[in-house]
Write a protein that binds this ligand. Structure first.
Ligand SMILES: [Zn+2]
Ligand SMILES: [Zn+2]
Length: 339
């Protein structure tokens, strides 16, 4: 079978690989239909990922059709169209036991810590597949359930609710996923970015407002939209210490700050700031069983998966798909490779 390998820095190749064989009754084999490209994959392609080094098969935003099920798999069968949850916990620690394997100290993500989905056939655990609703007639869109689930997780962690205003820094795929989920919960969003095309897209997708990060009146504009109190929830979908400081500064008293980024550098936030507003500061990492939430929102027609993808490529154009994800031309949101 064919697989897309990142063979070296900025070097993507189609390779031949042995087809997977079921070796555990809990496993299924999925004929992969589509894999979308995430920032993590781009870092690996660029040779900039801290620990994922070529040669490697990446891909954690994926979907396909089940072709074979182990004897111990329940609830799904060959022929089912599924999205794949890439989060793998150890299964026995406290986080895993409470259904939050994404926060397991030993968590692995398929396509990052272990082999990913950019291959014709992908072997995974039966419990990691989630059936797509019939209303999704384009199977490839199933790949976008995973990035959407990141947004659902952030909204859950921030306790986003009806009539809230959510301020999201970053109008790339993650910020957009936060917004689209917040809309499902009856909230409205203000998006901040440095790229004009992204701000325009955010407005087209229903943002209450979208501002340039460098706008000298940013704070005044945000306060004007939130009764002078600040947003109920602020969200750093970029991962930058200065943005964290802005999130803390702008959030309304009793509000929540959600961190989706992973910058390791120090920041200037003080205990006093958190104390005075009695705010909640939370991390949001990958997703914890949010696939059913997304698939329910899709089935109800509240969410359109196609809003997350801007460019599609065939398998033999994989290098172009990665290159585009690096260059991010105007109008780019996410590229996807279809098998
Ligand atoms: Zn991703
Ligand atoms: Zn665990």
């Amino acid at each position: 079978m064919k697989a897309i390998e990142i063979s070296g820095t900025r070097d993507v190749r189609l390779i031949d690989k042995a087809e997977p064989v079921i070796s555990d009754p809990e496993e299924v084999i999925v004929k992969v239909k589509a894999v979308s490209i995430c920032g993590t994959d781009v870092h690996t392609f660029q040779g900039e990922h801290p620990f994922v080094k070529p040669p490697v098969i990446v891909g954690h935003e994926c979907c396909g059709e089940i072709v074979e099920c182990g004897s111990g798999v329940n609830g799904v069968a060959a022929g089912d169209r599924v999205a794949i949850d890439p989060v793998l916990g150890c299964g026995s620690c406290r986080a895993c036991t409470m259904g939050r394997a994404n926060a397991c100290a030993d968590v692995k993500c398929r396509g990052v810590h272990v082999q990913g989905a950019m291959q014709e056939y992908f072997k995974i655990r039966g419990r990691d597949v989630h059936k797509l609703p019939d209303s999704v007639d384009d199977l490839a869109l199933g790949a976008l359930v995973e990035p959407m689930a990141i947004g659902a997780q952030a909204c859950w962690r921030g306790n986003v609710g009806e009539d809230h205003v959510v301020l999201v820094f970053g109008a790339g795929p993650i910020g957009i996923a936060v917004m689209l989920n917040a809309h499902c919960l009856g909230a409205r969003c203000i998006l901040i970015d440095i790229k004009e095309d992204r701000l325009q897209r955010a407005v087209e997708l229903g943002a209450l407002a979208a501002f340039t990060a460098t706008d000298p009146e940013l704070k005044e504009k945000i306060l004007a939209l939130t009764d002078g109190e600040g947003p109920h929830v602020t969200c750093d979908a970029v991962g930058h210490p200065v943005i964290f400081e802005q999130c803390i500064d702008l959030v309304a008293p009793t509000g929540a700050v959600v961190l989706l980024g992973m910058d390791g550098s120090p920041n200037e936030v003080t205990e006093q700031q958190i104390f005075r507003k009695e705010m909640t500061v939370v991390g949001s990492r990958m997703n914890s069983n949010m696939f059913p939430t997304i698939l329910d929102r899709v089935a109800r027609g509240q969410m359109q998966l196609e809003q997350m993808v801007s460019h599609r490529f065939a398998v033999d154009q994989a290098a172009e798909a990665f290159t585009m994800a690096v260059e991010q031309p105007a109008g780019f949101l996410k590229s996807m490779i279809t098998f």
